[in-house]
Design a protein around this ligand. Structure first.
Ligand SMILES: CCCCCCCCCCCCCCCC(=O)SCCNC(=O)CCNC(=O)[C@H](O)C(C)(C)COP(=O)(O)OP(=O)(O)OC[C@H]1O[C@@H](n2cnc3c(N)ncnc32)[C@H](O)[C@@H]1OP(=O)(O)O
Ligand SMILES: NC(=O)C1=CN([C@@H]2O[C@H](COP(=O)(O)OP(=O)(O)OC[C@H]3O[C@@H](n4cnc5c(N)ncnc54)[C@H](OP(=O)(O)O)[C@@H]3O)[C@@H](O)[C@H]2O)C=CC1
Length: 553
């Protein structure tokens, strides 16, 4: 089932659901239906439910809501205990994060608005207690569903459980919410990456989700692993496959709930808010930048002419909040999909990253990462064979030597293992960096046209203003400061380390020349003859050059 949407349809708004169920919006606060209310005014007094609030995008969403919509009533966040930490510990750690510094400055008691609800999304009923279900049903006005597994190597059963079944369960919970005005689902621009042109519609799912869930239920993990490639077919991984199924599941509820679906492309560090370059993970480009900055990654394959569709996290979150407002206030007849991408508006190509990478590398030389393996010097190539050559010469060979040194000094070899993991990760990313997609992002433009001039500034998602070189530079510095938590005051020591690495390289190259001389030239008559021939040619050339320059003088 495919739902074509047009702008005129979007703007119809404010109608009854086709099955006769009331959309519930009118029950709630008086701001509903007031399309002139600003976004912050709309969120004032609202209770918001957020899944995935401890994740990368969820945290930015929580921060932005608290900072730019200070009158929001409460943020209910679904959190699970993890890695020996209780739910409370995790939430209080999260609020100490530097990301919240600006909110803390504005309102030191901001945490009082955050109400954690214990929930494990893979469990029946999302493992939410009956009391909490009652509480949420009574007060939630808007749901933002961010939680997902974003791993590309996730076993299908688990990806299905979290990305599809948990979404279904959340939708069931949403049905019980008496005052729900909007349900915003975060998908991915790559859910339909098996297509080259992607419109803002829900495409027919690769399989009926209900049938797949029923079939996988009785299969053991081994069988599921074996049939996964056939199931995902022309998609590269279980992530994009299950995200496509989730979109369909969400769309099924479009006549009973006000739904918006956000499809961001490759989400990167923040552009402007709360400060440039904020990032907290190794996903996608971040891991690549870090590996390049550490001097580990020296080569990567990408199609130079293809668009590198990065989108800053603050842009995605601003659009998400605006879409929440629009969905609740205008209540479009069918679920609106927002392709949240940059390629069609302010394209940046892998080739440009390739050219710009030298600036990135010099940025890493100016602000080096600590304990670099080699001096940063990465290259992007679209040629498979050239890439393989550099992998051998610049990745595997140095790793072998380093591990040999570790062995000789009685330590455990580790570099080859690190490179194997890097190659696995890069291999999984290459699908996205070696192809081109074209996303239609009309709904993003339509949404922007609906905002007041003030909201356009406060919830800026106009990527035409994005200056890519500046953004990438801040991104690299952000990986150092916020992912690796390196102190900027340690930069002189890191620079000293880079100088040491340069001296090691010079020494190594000199030793290599001496070695080649000893092994090949000094021992073979023929090599010696060739060597003398080359040297005498050089001398002849030099004396000719000297003589001719004396004559001209
Ligand atoms: C220069 C040119 C630029 C070109 C730039 C191209 C970018 C081209 C991007 C396309 C990207 C498309 C994106 C689609 C957009 C979405 O819709 S989804 C969002 C994207 N999702 C992802 O990026 C997830 C991809 N990652 C994965 O699937 C898994 O991490 C991998 C790659 C399979 C690796 O799995 P793994 O080997 O089990 O490693 P993992 O558990 O992730 O990490 C193990 C540890 O190593 C650490 N680690 C991971 N990476 C690193 C690193 N690089 N350094 C140091 N430590 C690291 C982790 O923090 C973790 O630490 P602990 O938590 O154990 O303490
Ligand atoms: N990052 C990107 O480049 C892109 C992301 N997206 C989409 O954006 C959304 C957010 O992604 P992002 O923030 O990067 O992802 P993260 O991996 O950073 O966050 C995932 C969130 O989901 C939660 N979660 C995962 N499993 C469970 C579970 N079993 N029970 C409860 N909570 C769980 C995590 O909680 P916990 O902390 O407990 O693990 C975490 O809060 C996802 O839907 C993703 O598909 C779309 C395009 C690109």
């Amino acid at each position: 089932m495919s739902t074509e949407l047009s702008e005129s349809q979007d703007l119809n708004g404010l109608e009854q659901a086709t099955d006769g169920t009331s959309r519930l919006t009118d029950i709630c606060s008086g701001t509903v239906g007031n399309s002139m209310a600003s976004i912050a005014e709309y969120y004032a007094g609202k209770s918001v439910l957020i899944t995935g609030a401890t994740g990368f995008m969820g945290k930015v969403l929580v921060e932005k809501l608290l900072r730019s919509c200070p009158e929001v009533k409460a943020l209910y966040i679904l959190v699970r205990p993890k890695a020996g930490q209780s739910m409370q510990q995790r939430v209080s750690d999260m609020m100490k994060c530097k990301l919240f510094d600006r909110v803390r400055e504005d309102n030191p008691d901001f945490y009082q608005k955050i109400i954690p609800i214990s929930s494990e999304l893979t469990q029946p009923g999302l493992a939410i207690s009956p009391e909490d279900v009652e509480k949420l049903s009574a007060c939630i006005n808007i749901v933002f569903h961010c939680a997902a597994t974003i791993r590309f190597d996730e076993p299908l059963k688990h990806a299905l459980q979290l990305n599809v079944i948990a979404t279904q369960q959340l939708l069931s919970l949403a049905h019980q919410m008496h005052h729900l005005e909007a349900f915003i689902h975060i998908s991915t621009a790559y859910a339909n990456c098996n297509r080259k042109h992607i419109d803002e519609v829900i495409y027919p799912p690769p399989v009926e989700p209900k049938k797949l869930i029923e079939s996988l239920e009785w299969m053991d993990d081994g069988i599921v692993r074996d049939i996964t490639p056939r199931l995902i077919s022309d998609r590269p991984n279980t992530y994009t496959y299950t995200k496509a199924l989730a979109e369909y599941v969400v769309q099924q509820e479009q006549h009973r709930l006000n739904i918006g679906i956000i499809r961001p492309s490759i989400v990167g560090a923040s552009w402007q808010e709360p400060f440039p370059g904020w990032i907290d993970n190794f996903n996608g480009p971040s891991g690549v930048f870090i590996a390049a900055g550490k001097g580990i990654l020296r080569t990567m394959r990408a199609n130079n002419d293809a668009v590198a569709d990065l989108i800053p996290v603050d842009v995605v979150i601003n659009l998400t909040l605006a879409a929440g407002w629009y969905t609740a206030v205008h209540r479009p007849k069918t679920a609106l999909v927002y392709n949240c991408t940059t390629g069609g508006i302010n394209p940046f190509h892998w080739g440009e990253i390739g050219r710009y990478i030298h600036h990135v590398m010099s940025s890493f030389k100016r602000n080096p990462l600590e304990q670099a393996f080699r001096r940063p010097n990465a290259n992007i190539t679209s040629n498979y064979l050239i890439n393989q050559y550099w992998i051998l010469v610049s990745h595997k060979f140095p790793a072998l030597i380093y591990d040999l040194i570790l062995r000789l000094t009685g330590q455990k070899p580790q570099m080859m293992r690190i490179f194997n993991r890097l190659h696995k990760a890069i291999g999984l990313l290459e699908y996205f960096s070696s192809q081109d997609w074209e996303w239609n992002s009309e709904n993003m433009s339509m949404l922007m046209s609906q905002l007041t001039p003030e909201d356009r500034k406060t919830f800026n998602f106009d990527v035409r203003q994005l200056n890519w070189p500046e953004y990438i530079e801040n991104y690299c510095i952000g990986t150092k400061k916020y992912v690796l938590n390196e102190d900027m005051s340690d930069i002189p020591a890191a620079r000293q380390h880079l100088r040491k690495l340069r001296n090691i390289r010079y020494t190594f190259n000199t030793l290599l020349v001496v070695f080649i001389w000893r092994v090949f030239i000094a021992r073979s008559q023929m090599a010696r003859n060739i060597w003398y021939f080359v040297v005498s040619l050089c001398f002849k050339f030099l004396s000719y050059f000297r003589a001719s320059s004396t004559l001209t003088n």
